[in-house]
Design a protein around this ligand. Structure first.
Ligand code: GLN
Length: 483
């Protein structure tokens, strides 16, 4: 079932062209036969998926189907799934079987969607290339010498290769948008608090947010309709009405004000990526939009501030993996301290340890004010830049990444080069606003994304804006040549 959309599958199920069981069996057979090329799945949940498919077929036959009933999808292996192993791509959780379900995956179950498996990621979602996984790196279906992006690289590769039509991701500093850009997908990071974080393995709690990864904006809208719900189990979940994200996809963009921040087009951006991004933005003029130059003066501070805040929160969140209650425990500990130390030393990978050390240092007495508090002040300045910009414009556009997907192994020895990958995406999480990536062409055969950012709770507008571009361009329909 190569390259079909959720919209097409939903229609086919409704029309009786195929059953959910047939779709699910095909998807699983496809993953089994082809995923060795990409390594995008950590776990395939075949029996459960087939049972869910049979239940979906009954629901469809009874005339009680919801739009996603019977559609096979995959979840990033950071969402806890009851009775299905959830690893966060870490050795420390290699054999962890959650006793409960994350709200997001539960909402998809309620909607009748079928979960075929759990996708690969950077360990604890820390990374920009999916090379930090205990289960090995993921390959980009557009060019298997290239990274798929990270940390939601497995979800991106699984959709780009046509093994599932949609998958969930999480985005703490770019992990949905950057892999979406590298793999020619639509990926949206919603407003902080729009989608429940309950049951998602925490990385940096004040930045983490879940969202969909799909071929089209219309498909992303369908997934958002399922996952964007208030959740009393998440204290940061916002009690706001959920619009029907598919209802406004065709709204006219006449009069739309698009802000172009000059800081997004300065040194460091690959000229070909700049050209592709600007050409995509130019398409909006024909739709009646107006392009306005703006400035986000504190943008360059986002990397140092993020790489203090995110590791600080991570060091706190990851203190729970101590070998006592669940997760990996070292062999034959001498005493309690030896058990803590060796379980963590053996269970965590290099990048995770680096972040725990940076975060613990930044939070320690004497350094807290100099680092953590200062980073929080910078965060507020970045947020204020966006708030001000949105008094002038409706959406902001720019590149998602400074370059197209880079080669596997090319940045693994230089963490700072890897962190610079996030220059355009991090500030969005710091401000808590929503943003998406939509396909915007190719540079040397590798996809480029257009970054569309909006004010708080403007997801429906962002999807509308992306959908309109997808009506006049065909980048999102292109397939990797290898397929
Ligand atoms: N690359 C960033 C990091 O490593 C963002 C990751 C993410 O969004 N989960 O922190």
């Amino acid at each position: 079932m190569s390259y079909t959309t959720i919209t097409q599958l939903s229609q086919g199920l409704k029309d009786g062209t195929f059953s959910s069981r047939e779709l699910t069996q095909d998807a699983i057979a496809d993953i089994k036969s082809r995923d060795h090329l990409y390594n995008s799945f950590i776990t395939i949940s075949e029996d459960l998926a087939l049972a869910q498919a049979d239940a979906a077929d009954q629901r469809i036959a009874a005339g009680q189907a919801a739009p996603m009933t019977g559609v096979p999808i995959a979840h990033k292996d950071l969402f806890c799934t009851q009775d299905v192993r959830t690893t966060a791509a870490s050795k420390i959780l290699e054999n962890f079987i959650p006793p409960y379900e994350s709200t997001v995956s539960q909402l998809f179950l309620n909607a009748g969607a079928v979960t075929v498996g759990k996708t690969n990621l950077d360990e604890f979602a820390m990374g920009s290339s999916n090379e930090n996984s205990y289960f090995g790196s993921v390959k980009n279906p557009w060019d298997t010498k290239a990274v798929p992006g990270g940390s939601s690289g497995g979800s991106a590769a699984a959709v780009a290769a046509g093994m599932v039509a949609g998958a969930t991701g999480t985005d703490t500093g770019g992990s949905i948008r950057q892999p979406a850009a590298f793999c020619n997908l639509t990926g949206i990071k919603p407003t902080y608090g729009r989608v429940s974080r309950f049951g998602i393995v925490a990385y940096a709690s004040s930045l983490d947010q879940a969202g969909p990864m799909t071929h089209t904006a219309a498909d992303a809208a369908m997934m958002m309709n399922v996952m964007a719900q208030f959740d009393p189990q998440d204290s940061t979940s916002m009690q706001v009405d959920t619009p029907d994200y598919t209802a406004s996809l065709n709204d006219s963009l006449a009069g739309l004000k698009i802000g172009l921040p000059k800081e997004f087009f300065e040194a460091g951006l690959d000229p070909q990526v700049a050209a592709a991004t600007l050409a995509a933005i130019k398409q909006y003029e024909a739709m009646g939009a107006q392009i306005i130059d703006i400035s986000l003066p504190n943008l360059q501070l986002c990397i140092p501030a993020y790489y203090v805040i995110a590791p600080s929160e991570a060091s706190s969140n990851l203190s729970r993996y101590d070998g006592v209650r669940y997760g990996y425990r070292c062999d034959e500990p001498k005493d309690l301290m030896d058990m803590y130390c060796r379980s963590r030393a053996e269970g965590f990978g290099e990048e995770v340890k680096r972040r725990i050390m940076v975060g613990t240092y930044a939070l320690s007495e004497g350094f807290y004010d100099a680092y953590y508090l200062k980073a929080q002040r910078i965060r507020r300045m970045i947020k204020n830049d966006f708030v001000k910009a949105f008094t002038q414009v409706d959406v902001i556009m720019g590149p998602v990444t400074p370059s197209p997907a880079f080669d596997l192994g090319s940045k693994t020895s230089d963490p700072v080069a890897m962190y610079l990958e996030d220059i355009y995406t991090l500030s969005i999480n710091m401000a808590g606003i929503p943003a998406l990536s939509t396909p915007a062409g190719f540079v040397n055969g590798r996809p480029v994304g257009l970054h569309i950012m909006g004010n708080y709770f403007s997801e429906a507008k962002l999807l509308n804006v992306a959908h309109q571009l997808q009506q006049v361009t065909d980048w999102h329909l292109q397939q990797p040549q290898s397929l």
